[in-house]
Write a protein that binds this ligand. Structure first.
Ligand code: SF4
Ligand code: SF4
Length: 402
């Protein structure tokens, strides 16, 4: 599933947790499976997802979620892969709601039948976030390498029928960002209350396809302008979140609100991580919820303590007056771009390695015809196996951009 990028909009209202307990994770994301019928070119699941398993059992999940709730977690995202590939989501929703979580299902919509949505309603599911890849059938289906546009449109109606707030997520990039007007029109026609226009962040499959996905500055500026016009017209009826790609910023984001401060991700095979992508970082061992109690994982495990606070920082972060604001940016981005997770996130223009970002951005201003530059790589089992542990090798049999 797409990376859960925006702050949960319901944390504040999700529970009445005593302040003394608020030092645990507030927000848990359960990536309950890596299976997915879609094959998105920007997927956040690890490239080598085929190498991990087996999935946690229902009992494993319920135990881990209970322990996280005892630590103070109030918001639960259920994502994947496509979470609806598992048939125990109804149990997880009902049990988590009983525990006091505000539960959010993050789905491509595939597998959301009327029977299942009725069960979710009964079980106390708070919100469904539905993703589309584009406003046109052609591009939606191309980007996911499936024929799913009609199915998603039906699911959107079902979500309204069951009186859920419509939370529409569209990941933006070079190939669909010029459709922003139509995407917003589609959101309006669906009666969306929230629209997340999350520009692709470059991890996992999106990193493999970065040259094809990074939009130009001009595309971004136009998209933001159209989004602002839309906001001015619809007012509070539809809240639109427009997330600019890190590469176009000159300061990094405070990734996950700071390593080990707020967010805890549990992967399909049970690894507890301080962010979605952290399992890629070399030299760190992350605990498995099968083997460890959540309190130890959160408070004491070496993985969760590795980049907490500021003690790990090198220059220029160490002596920077802004370090509390952004805590040096994203450790995974620092590792992917510079080879050292303890470096300053090179998105920052104070980083001596900032050129690693600006060179990519410069290239995106005039990339030529992507179809001639390089084919896109779809997220699927065969490509995952080919790319696992083999660095940058690009499969020869991928479908070129149409
Ligand atoms: S392939 Fe697409 S729908 Fe499936 S998990 Fe990845 S981003 Fe989500
Ligand atoms: S040098 Fe480090 S702390 Fe300072 S603004 Fe850049 S990333 Fe943030």
């Amino acid at each position: 599933m797409e990376k859960v990028g925006s702050a949960p909009n319901s944390i504040a209202s999700a529970g009445n947790i005593a302040p003394s307990k608020m030092n645990g994770p507030l927000w848990v994301n359960a990536e309950i499976t890596y299976k997915c019928p879609l094959h998105c070119v920007f997927c956040y699941n690890p490239i080598d997802y085929t190498q991990y398993g087996p999935e946690l059992t229902t009992e494993d999940w319920l135990r881990a979620l209970r322990q996280a709730r005892e630590l103070g977690a109030v918001q639960l995202g259920i994502s994947g892969g496509e979470p609806l590939m598992r048939d125990d989501v109804e149990i997880m929703v009902a049990e988590s709601s009983k525990l006091g979580y505000y539960v959010n299902l993050i789905t491509s919509g595939i597998g959301l039948t009327e029977k299942r949505i009725a069960a979710f309603k009964e079980g106390g599911l708070g919100q469904i976030q539905l993703s589309f890849q584009d406003s046109t059938r052609e591009l939606n289906d191309f980007l996911s390498s499936t024929k799913t546009f009609e199915l998603k449109s039906k699911v959107a109606k079902l979500i309204k029928q069951y009186e859920y707030p419509m939370v529409l997520n569209v990941v933006l990039h070079r190939m669909n960002i010029d459709h922003i007007e139509q995407i917003l029109a589609m959101a309006e026609a669906m009666g969306a209350e929230h629209v997340e226009l999350a520009n692709t962040q470059y991890y996992a499959w999106a990193m493999v396809n970065r040259d094809q996905l990074l939009p130009s500055r001009e595309q971004l500026a136009r998209a933001e302008e159209i989004t602002n016009q839309f906001r001015a017209r619809v007012g509070n009826r539809t809240k639109v979140y427009f997330v600019v790609p890190d590469y176009y910023a000159d300061r990094p984001k405070r990734c996950m609100n700071g390593w080990g401060t707020t967010f805890l991700n549990i992967t399909a095979d049970g690894l507890a991580l301080p962010c979605h992508e952290a399992r890629m970082l070399p030299g760190l061992t992350f605990p498995n919820v099968r083997d460890h109690d959540m309190r130890w994982i959160w408070q004491d495990s070496p993985g969760f303590n590795a980049y907490r606070g500021e003690g790990w920082m090198q220059e220029p972060c160490r002596s920077c007056p802004e370090k509390e604001k952004d805590l040096g940016g994203c450790r995974c981005q620092a590792f992917m771009l510079t080879g050292d997770a303890a470096n300053t996130d090179p998105v920052c223009d104070l980083s001596p390695l900032h050129h690693l970002v600006t060179e990519v951005v410069d290239k995106a201003q005039n990339p030529g015809n992507p179809a001639k530059v390089q084919p896109v790589v779809f997220r699927d089992d065969r490509n995952s196996r080919k790319l696992s542990g083999k660095g940058e090798a690009i499969p020869a049999d991928v479908t070129p951009v149409a």
